[in-house]
Design a protein around this ligand. Structure first.
Ligand code: AVJ
Ligand code: FE
Length: 428
């Protein structure tokens, strides 16, 4: 067996799989739906499609392959920093057919580069394996972004080509509502340079005090109790910043929920309008709503360190991931995916808001470019953990860090609560 050839075959399989995912996702849409901007928060879908190809051209074909690139003249159009999302529809973007042709030309060259590449498993950062991982993960992340765009489409809404397979039924075993996590140090982050992003590195010791964390993410039924109890009308449960946003945005319920007078809540989920399922984790709530719910419940959001400690070394085997189900699974559906302390569904279903700002770990070094993580460090963004039903396994790991503004609701985000005094020390 040729180890090098195995690595190359694996790289090509993963590139092939993610491209199939992207194209399948967009398959039901006509050109107009690909070109239109469905929300000012999001790019036209055809921008995402060319952008993933441009990224592959930049990193795989040019940086790793030392080639001139397929069409550097489009770099500016697909540079996320040059053009914020609201401006993207007015750019002279490649059309849907041109975009498909462009990304497939890039792919042909990328495969040639991989065939000629020297993978050095002992120096993964410098070898091709990291770049392949970067490109594969990046496209999967944009597939999730595109799903958020598709969720925002006007009625009749988006319907996938292949119908969703049902999630497993919730286990009938009774489990406690909260689980205990003893205090003490744990290793936060990773030094795995082959797949981890710069913001997950370096690994370092963090000591947290003992705390309790909810076994499951907060469900729609629990969230409805908060609504029924006047959660959105009671300013004392909100921070002053959160209340100001609640007033300005007119928040009264999660995004995509609706009801007539006091009839039961329904929700619009892609091309379906359906009763809100009580046992599913709530999604499409912003950080302010999550933070407020936790206070109403007499709890708080976990810190990012607490979340990661509770997750331990979970691998995403029994979890709702990959964007196939188009919804979170009911709580209790994945008892085999429980973490070492007994918390369930930490990976998959919904991204979980944490109380932490997005910051670099001690000793952080940006790699391979500052604009992936470093430019977002500070107090503007909150960290989300665990991945959602729309996240691919290649991006779903206990150390993976996602971030967004505390007002954002279009992402597939919910939360779970924690309890106990918040004490955190870095270093040994
Ligand atoms: C990690 C989801 C915040 O979409 O801004 C995609 C991922 N970075 N292309 C984002 C990303 C560059 C990133 N998030
Ligand atoms: Fe990107």
């Amino acid at each position: 067996m040729d180890v090098m050839q195995d690595l190359k075959d694996q790289a090509e399989r993963e590139l092939d799989a993610v491209r199939r995912r992207s194209l399948d996702l967009l398959e039901p849409l006509d050109d107009q739906a690909l070109i239109r901007q469905h929300s000012r928060l999001m790019s036209p879908l055809v921008w995402d499609l060319s952008h993933v190809g441009n990224y592959e051209d930049l990193w795989l074909v040019r940086a790793a392959g030392g080639r001139p690139g397929v069409d550097p003249s489009v770099d500016g159009l697909y540079d996320a920093f040059r053009h914020p999302r609201p401006n993207r529809p007015s750019l002279p973007l490649l059309g849907p057919a041109e975009s498909r042709q462009y990304i497939s030309q890039v792919r042909d060259q990328a495969i040639e580069v991989i065939d000629q590449m020297e993978f050095d498993p002992s120096r993964p950062l410098l070898a091709g394996a990291f770049v392949v991982g970067l490109v594969v993960q990046h496209e999967h992340q944009h597939d999730e972004t595109m799903l958020a765009t598709l969720q925002l489409m006007d009625p009749p809404g988006y319907r996938p080509v292949s119908p969703a397979p049902p999630s497993p039924s919730p286990s009938s075993l009774r489990v406690p509502a909260e689980v205990f996590v003893p205090g003490g140090p744990f290793v936060m982050g990773t030094d795995d340079a082959a797949w981890a992003y710069d913001n997950e590195r370096p690994s370092h010791l963090v000591s947290v005090d003992e705390f309790w964390i909810d076994t499951f993410p907060v469900t729609n039924a629990q969230y409805q109790q908060f609504i029924d109890d006047g959660g959105y009308r009671t300013s004392r449960w909100w921070t002053s910043e959160g209340w100001a946003w609640r007033q300005e945005a007119g928040l009264e319920h999660p995004e995509f929920w609706q009801r007539e007078d006091t009839r039961p809540w329904s929700r619009t989920r892609f091309g379906w309008v359906e009763d809100v399922p009580p046992d599913e984790p709530v999604q499409h709530v912003c950080w302010y709503e999550a933070d407020t719910y936790a206070r109403w419940a007499g709890k708080r959001l976990p810190t990012e360190a607490e979340w990661e400690k509770a997750a331990g070394s979970l691998t995403p085997t029994a979890a709702n991931l990959g964007g196939v189900s188009f919804r979170p699974a009911a709580v209790g559906a994945y008892p085999a995916g429980e973490s070492w302390c007994g918390a369930q569904q930490m990976i998959g279903d919904v991204w979980e808001w944490t109380s932490s700002d997005f910051q670099g770990y001690p000793g952080f070094e940006s790699f391979p470019y500052r604009e992936y993580s470093e430019v977002f460090f500070g107090s503007d963004y909150k960290v989300l953990r665990g991945g959602s039903w729309a996240t691919h396994t290649s991006v779903a790991r206990p150390t993976f860090r996602n971030w967004d503004y505390p007002i954002r609701r279009q992402i597939f985000a919910g939360f779970r609560c924690a309890r106990g005094e918040k004490i955190e020390k870095r270093g040994s």
